[in-house]
Design a protein around this ligand. Structure first.
Ligand code: NAD
Length: 314
């Protein structure tokens, strides 16, 4: 740890809980940013952070983002997030997940957990054996199933809105789209984009993730230049607007770093980060209400956006 005071780092946060279970190797941090609007909802990220400080900074930032996301979606929910430190491919076990579930349960509903990077609906089933405050369980266990299906759908709709703003048509047809991270969200997003007629270029640090996408969609390229970039890995991967050519659109799940880059420079390059036409928090409404993907598609089928009003890049 650096000398940074944890109270200074999390000065906006209501509660930060460090969970340690040596028997299973569990080291987790739960951050509750705000319960002003309701219990703090946010997924559990299982990731091999280089240090505890890195994990802490991530969970503090992510949980703050969740407060705003829930508020923008008009939900009676606050913002929270959790991280489990370690490589999910080697460290994850039922015992570890259940130990984690007991920690979440000890918060008595102040924090509601869900899937995120490195966690799956099946993991939520294990956690739910010890804990009542879990969403995104498998359908077989009474849950709404894999939430990334809805997340990808929300990202895709946001991309269509961005395309309308930048190119005048709500479609990615004929465009080259890069996806950094083809795990759960990236995989489903690839499918939407291909169905829409886009050329998709993917990258991932985990070779099996790329192989899975290539096996299903052989037309997907693994490297190349892009018209639009979706960060579907971690939100602070270090992308810069330089990754895009002039006149290009960018649509991300959560891309703090780029949003913080110089707006004037972004505008000069024609890079759209996020506008009122391209929000992405609608999926949270559906996650929170346990709406299943097929139902969401039925509800939104044929829905068309009105003509885009061009607003300054936020
Ligand atoms: N799963 C959900 O329901 C959900 C909901 C809301 C937001 N999100 C966000 O969507 C994004 C993706 O989540 P997911 O659930 O698909 O996670 P995931 O773990 O299924 O997939 C993430 C992928 O990114 C890859 N990756 C990690 N670091 C990378 C890097 N530096 N460069 C390229 N690839 C890298 C991983 O190998 C993995 O394949 C995250 O930012 C997450 O917070 C997910």
């Amino acid at each position: 740890m650096s000398d940074d005071d944890v109270f200074d780092l999390g000065s906006e946060h209501e509660q930060v809980v460090f969970c340690n279970d040596p028997l299973t190797g569990l080291r987790a941090i739960v951050a509750i940013h705000s319960t002003a609007l309701g219990p703090a909802l946010g997924g559990t990220r299982f990731y091999p952070y280089a240090s505890t400080s890195e994990a802490l900074v991530d969970v503090l930032n992510l949980s703050r983002g969740m407060s705003y996301k829930a508020a923008l979606a008009g939900l009676d929910l606050g913002g929270g997030k959790a991280v489990i430190i370690g490589d999910p491919h080697t460290l994850k076990s039922e015992a570890l997940l259940r130990a984690y579930g007991r920690f979440v349960q000890s918060l008595h509903g102040r924090y509601l957990t869900a899937c995120d990077v490195g966690t799956y609906s099946e993991d939520m089933d294990h956690i739910a054996r010890e804990c009542s405050y879990v969403t995104g369980r498998t359908v077989a266990h009474g849950g709404a199933g894999d939430s990334s299906v809805l997340t990808a759908y929300g990202v895709f709709q946001g991309m269509r809105a961005a395309a309308q703003t930048v190119w005048g048509e709500p479609t990615l047809a004929g465009r080259t789209v890069g996806i950094a991270g083809v795990g759960k969200v990236g995989y489903h997003l690839t499918q939407h984009l291909i169905e829409d007629g886009a050329k998709v270029v993917v990258t991932d640090v985990y070779a099996p993730a790329v192989e899975r996408v290539r096996a299903e969609f052989p037309q997907v390229a693994v490297v190349g230049s892009t018209d639009a970039l979706v960060a579907s890995a971690l939100d602070a991967c270090g992308h810069r607007e330089g990754a895009l050519g002039p006149g290009r659109a960018l649509r991300t799940g959560l891309l703090r770093q780029l949003r913080r880059s110089d707006p004037g420079r972004r505008r000069a390059r024609g890079v759209l980060v996020r506008t009122r036409q391209a929000p992405r928090y609608g999926d949270l409404r559906h996650h929170a209400r346990g709406v299943r993907p097929g139902e969401l598609r039925r509800r939104t089928a044929g829905r068309r956006r009105g003509p885009a009003r061009r607003t300054p890049d936020a």
